[in-house]
Structure formats: structure tokens, C-alpha cells
Design a protein around this ligand. Structure first.
Ligand code: FAD
Length: 439
């Protein structure tokens, strides 16, 4: 039987979870297990981000065994593989089918305020309601980030952000400039390259990691080495860690390295960072060699750490030759004439910005980043979930969002019980929370 859709307009809920992605669903699972009344509000449909903002050939870069949402670990027959886009959507849909969260789809929360008495007031596209506690699980990537210079591209050149890129056929015939070499930029450049398109790639400073080394996925080695259990508290500069760009690698076709030098050897044109657009000309920084060397050095440094781990633990693992660069940049052009290069489209793989302006509560620092520890904000009863490096590397991912969700669900339940005793939400009930099984 389909559960009734929870009421919103005029209702009061103990907890409102905003966002029905993997983060919102995970905390809902934990609240359900603790018998906490709540509602999950999703602006679109579950899986929206994966369904609508990823390209057609998209697949996870993280292995399937790292998909471990609470009560819903990956159970397929390819744990070392990488789910493609539609499989990720199905994984989330199956999660919903498995525990039937109190979910309302197609409703946006447009304003969140807190009354003088401490009750949260939510304005939605389906009316207003109140809640004692709120979890903001609206995702880590809100607004596509485009540099201002995008405005100066000639009108004839089609431009899309990586979140709107779908496949090579959707772009006009001709060469394509891809700007940015984070995970999205590298994978989209490869997608176009494999389709036979002439790709020009503005290479940034993102690091890379090898897919496999000494017989295993590097992610598996790093997992054994405790890398994914390391918390943000273990670093001196949390801000710097949170701003780090992810290493590029791909899960495509069973997983492989992304080697930009190999792409260049095979005809892709590489440049340094894009620094300007003047009339019909693009301008690049003189940092291509540095950026490629840096990416390789990081990848080789990770292999050094894996070697040390293997040696320290006496693990039997096949020897593997180290990477040798297959291409070196010569005298690189610092400018490129768009028309002469036949560039008809640009893909901006330049990331996203956060947008929490609809939250009218002073819970943010001067940069608009939520003030929180493990998602528990500075405002009693307000929580965040799914932020990159919220607590560990996997916080913004399928790997550890569930661990953070369990922590918050325990905390929320403890707060609720404490409020029953004290008559009001008091903030961080750390003593009570730590007594709960939320490790
Ligand atoms: C290109 C790319 C590749 C990635 N690859 C991987 C990978 O390989 N492995 C991995 O583990 N992770 C990966 N991630 C990171 C992460 O898993 C995803 O970003 C994931 O979508 C985050 O889940 P979430 O639930 O935190 O947020 P989202 O999936 O963004 O879900 C948030 C939901 O909130 C809804 N929402 C937003 N605002 C409101 C509002 N005001 N009212 C109501 N609803 C609202 C949205 O519609 C959305 O459905 C990748 C991310 C990107 C961008």
C-alpha cells in the first residue's frame, strides 16, 4: 500500500528534512528507526541531481562497494565496478521503495526562518508549516559557477556548464573547448575525445590518482590505510581541506586512469588555465607543464604511500612499474583564435557555488558557509548534511553520508528527548548524544 503523502500546509512536524537526495533519505532512515516524526521535502523527484545534472555516459568514480547508505548497502554483483548514471538513480529509488520515507516530492522550501520561541517556520510551494528541528540536505552543488569572462565569448559560440552537458551530439559540429580539469572536465573531455571531436582543454591544477595500483583499485588501498576514516578534526586547516579539488580518474568501462598526456599524444590540444577572452582570442596561463607535473606527482605520491603500506604490513601484492609521462608540452601557445581553431562550443567545467540565501537564520560565516560541527549548526535544532568534508572525505558522497546521517539522527533524537524534559531545545546535547549508538 502506498503510504499517505505527509501534510504540509498548516502542519507541525518534529523534524523537517529539506532535500530528498542520498543525504535527506539517509537521515530519514535514521529518524524512522528511532521513531521520530518527520517529513522529507524534495523539490523535484528523488534522484533529480543524478538524473538531470549528469551527462549520458556518466558513471561513478567511486567503486560500488562504497555505496553504503544506511540499511541499503550496494548488493549487486559488481562491487568493484562503477554504477552508471541510471543505476545510481535506481539505487536511490530502491532505497525509497525499501523503507518508504515520509516523502513529499515536487515541493520546494523557499524560506526557512526561526521564530522567537525557537520553532522553525518553513515556507514552501505547498504552503507553510512548522518544525521543531530542521535538517538542510539540499546538496553540495547548487548554482553552476561560470567565470565572468564567459560573457565575452562571441554569441555564435554555444556555451554550456558541465551540469547541462549531455553528450557530444548535443553540441554543434566543430571543435570544443573544455575549461577545467576537475573530475567533470576530464571526463567530459574524454567523452568528446572518444567520440572523435577535436577537443581543446584548459588544464587547471587538479590532482590525479591512478585507478589501479599493485593489483587493486587505489580506493581499496586508501580505504585499508584509513584514509576515509580520517576526520576533518585531524587537519590543522579545515577550510583548506574543504576547498580541495578532487583527484581526477574515471570509472568508465570498468575504470581506468585519466592521463591528459595520453589524450594530447592522441590529438587533444592542451593549454594552461584559461585567463581571458579578448575578442575572438582565448588567453591561457603559462602553467600547463606545471599542472601536468603536479597531477602526476600527486598520483605517484599516493603510490609511494601504498608501497609503504604494503611493505609495513608484509602484504603480498604484485610489483608494478611506475608511470612514465607519454607526452611533454613543447612551446605551448598562450593564445588561441576561436574561429581559426574551429571552436563552436565551450563546456565550462568550473564547478558550483552554494546558495543558502533562502535560509534566513544567522547560521553562516562571512563566506556563507554553515557554522557547524559534524553538521550540528550553531543554531539549536538546525542541521546540515551532505556537505563535502562535513566530517570525513566521504561526507558529500555515497561513502560516508550515511555515517553522518546516523550521527545527526542520534543527535536529533537526543535533542528531542532532552526538550521533552527541559521544555525547550537547548543546543548540543553532546552528553546524551554520545550515550546513543551513533558512532
Ligand atoms: C559530477 C559529479 C560527480 C560525482 N561523482 C560521485 C561519485 O562518483 N561518487 C560519490 O559518492 N559521489 C559523487 N558525487 C558527489 C555526491 O554524491 C553527489 O553530489 C550527490 O548528488 C550528493 O547527494 P545529496 O543528497 O547531498 O545532494 P543532492 O543529490 O544534490 O540532493 C539534494 C536534493 O535537494 C533538493 N533541494 C534542493 N533545494 C531544495 C529546496 N529548497 N527545497 C526542497 N528540495 C530542495 C534537490 O532537488 C535535490 O534532489 C558527484 C557529484 C558530481 C557533481
Amino acid at each position: 500500500m502506498t503510504p499517505a503523502v505527509p501534510r504540509l500546509g498548516g502542519a507541525h512536524h518534529a523534524v523537517a528534512v529539506i532535500g530528498g537526495g542520498q543525504a535527506g533519505l539517509s537521515v530519514s532512515h535514521g529518524l524512522r528507526a528511532r521513531g521520530v516524526d518527520h517529513v522529507v521535502i524534495e523539490a523535484h523527484r528523488v534522484g533529480h541531481e543524478w538524473r538531470e545534472r549528469r551527462w549520458d555516459s556518466f558513471c561513478l568514480v567511486t567503486p560500488n562497494w562504497q555505496c553504503r547508505l544506511p540499511g541499503h548497502p550496494y548488493r549487486g554483483n559488481d562491487p568493484d565496478g562503477f554504477m552508471v548514471r541510471d543505476e545510481v538513480v535506481r539505487y536511490l529509488e530502491e532505497y525509497v521503495a525499501a523503507f518508504r520515507p515520509p516523502l513529499v516530492e515536487g515541493v520546494s522550501v523557499t524560506r526557512l526562518r526561526r521564530s522567537a520561541s525557537g520553532v522553525f517556520e518553513l515556507t514552501t510551494t505547498a504552503g507553510e508549516f512548522t518544525a521543531d528541528q530542521v535538517v538542510v540536505a539540499t546538496g553540495p552543488y547548487h548554482t553552476p559557477k561560470l567565470p565572468r569572462m564567459a560573457e565575452r565569448l562571441p554569441a555564435a559560440v554555444e556555451q554550456v556548464h558541465s551540469s547541462d552537458y549531455r553528450n557530444p551530439d548535443r553540441l554543434p559540429d566543430g571543435a570544443v573547448l573544455v575549461v577545467g580539469t576537475g573530475q567533470s572536465g576530464c571526463q567530459i573531455a574524454e567523452d568528446l575525445h572518444l567520440a572523435g571531436r577535436q577537443v581543446h582543454l584548459a588544464v587547471g591544477s587538479a590532482p590525479r590518482v591512478a585507478r589501479f595500483y599493485r593489483g587493486r583499485d587505489c580506493v581499496a588501498w586508501l580505504d585499508d590505510m584509513g584514509h576515509y576514516r580520517k576526520s576533518i578534526d585531524d587537519f590543522d586547516d579545515a577550510d583548506a581541506v574543504r576547498l580541495r579539488v578532487n583527484h581526477y580518474v574515471t570509472g568508465r568501462d570498468g575504470g581506468r586512469d585519466i592521463d591528459l598526456r595520453a589524450f594530447a599524444r592522441d590529438g587533444m590540444r592542451l593549454y594552461g588555465r584559461l585567463t581571458g577572452i579578448e575578442g575572438p582570442a582565448l588567453e591561457f596561463a603559462d602553467d600547463l607543464a606545471t599542472n601536468l607535473d603536479h597531477a602526476d606527482a600527486v598520483a605517484e605520491g599516493i603510490k609511494d604511500a601504498i608501497d609503504a603500506h604494503i611493505e609495513a604490513h608484509g602484504i603480498e601484492a604484485p610489483e608494478e612499474a611506475r608511470y612514465r609521462p607519454v607526452w611533454q608540452p613543447g612551446e605551448q601557445p598562450r593564445t588561441l583564435d576561436l574561429a581559426a581553431a574551429g571552436i563552436t562550443s565551450v563546456v565550462w567545467a568550473t564547478g558550483f557555488t552554494r546558495d543558502h540565501r533562502w535560509i534566513e537564520i544567522p547560521a553562516f560565516d562571512g563566506r556563507g558557509y554553515p557554522m557547524h560541527w559534524r553538521g550540528v549548526s550553531s543554531v539549536p535544532g538546525l542541521y546540515f548534511l551532505g556537505l563535502p568534508w562535513q566530517f570525513t572525505w566521504g561526507s558529500g558522497r555515497l561513502e560516508a553520508v550515511g555515517r553522518d546521517a546516523e550521527f545527526l539522527a542520534g543527535h536529533i533524537d537526543a535533542s528531542r528527548r532532552l526538550a521533552d524534559v527541559c521544555g525547550t531545545l537547548t543546543g548540543a546535547p553532546s552528553e546524551l548524544a554520545s550515550a546513543l549508538p551513533i558512532g
